[in-house]
Write a protein that binds this ligand. Structure first.
Ligand SMILES: Cc1cc2nc3c(=O)[nH]c(=O)nc-3n(C[C@H](O)[C@H](O)[C@H](O)COP(=O)(O)O)c2cc1C
Length: 194
């Protein structure tokens, strides 16, 4: 169900819901397309779209969990039973997982850093667009975002980077407020302090 909360009220309370607190339903294909279309309206210096999406849905998420578990066992053969279940369920906690993949690289005009930041902004915009469509979301990376052995399984090329796996679904858990930084600790005023 689409949210009609006022933007300023939304921003005042916005929170992620952890992936392990998610459940069905997730967005259908047409809703996912709407979420990704809205999210793509992100600042992008040079209009080069240095990123792309991979959408993981359905039974393929089970396969991915098993393959990630096999990789995790290669690294640590004595994984506890609890961690085996954690690895297995990496892609099944949420009904839909969207990878935001950065294609940043050398460009005649646009610094690579700016291309990476656009991918980060895109991750957050996927969260906003999912929330606007009535779903909760969570931006995770986890070990396999940084392990190139996992890239072929995930459909990521060796010259790409994973900016985030955005988990999208529903929840029965309330969003609990968390501490936020004090402005005094994060803002430097240059003139006009009073
Ligand atoms: C780039 C990035 C990667 C993250 N990766 C993880 C992760 O792998 N595991 C985790 O528990 N949280 C991770 N987080 C934090 C979660 O997104 C967390 O739920 C979120 O920061 C909660 O804040 P919010 O409620 O204000 O959105 C990551 C955050 C960012 C920005």
């Amino acid at each position: 169900m689409k949210s009609d909360i006022k933007l300023i009220d939304y921003l005042a309370v916005r929170r992620s819901i952890p992936a392990f607190q998610m459940c069905e339903p997730g967005p259908e294909k047409a809703e996912i397309e709407e979420i990704l279309r809205l999210a793509s309206r992100v600042p992008d210096h040079g209009k080069i779209a240095p990123w792309r999406f991979i959408v993981y849905r359905g039974e393929q998420r089970v396969r991915l969990g098993e393959e990630l578990l096999a990789l995790a066992l290669q690294t640590k053969p004595d994984l506890s039973e609890e961690m085996i279940q954690v690895e297995r369920s990496r892609f099944t906690r949420a009904p839909v997982v969207v990878a935001v993949v950065s294609k940043a690289g050398p460009h005649i005009k646009i610094p690579e850093w700016e291309q990476l930041m656009s991918a980060g902004a895109l991750c957050f915009n996927v969260i906003l667009a999912a929330n606007a469509n009535g779903y909760v979301a969570n931006w995770l990376t986890e070990w396999f975002a940084y392990d190139e052995r996992a890239y072929p399984l995930l459909g990521v090329s060796p010259d790409e980077k994973v900016a985030g796996f955005i988990h999208i679904g529903s929840t029965t858990f309330p969003a609990i407020e968390r501490p936020r930084p004090e402005l005094a600790d994060t803002v430097t005023w240059v003139g006009g302090e009073d």
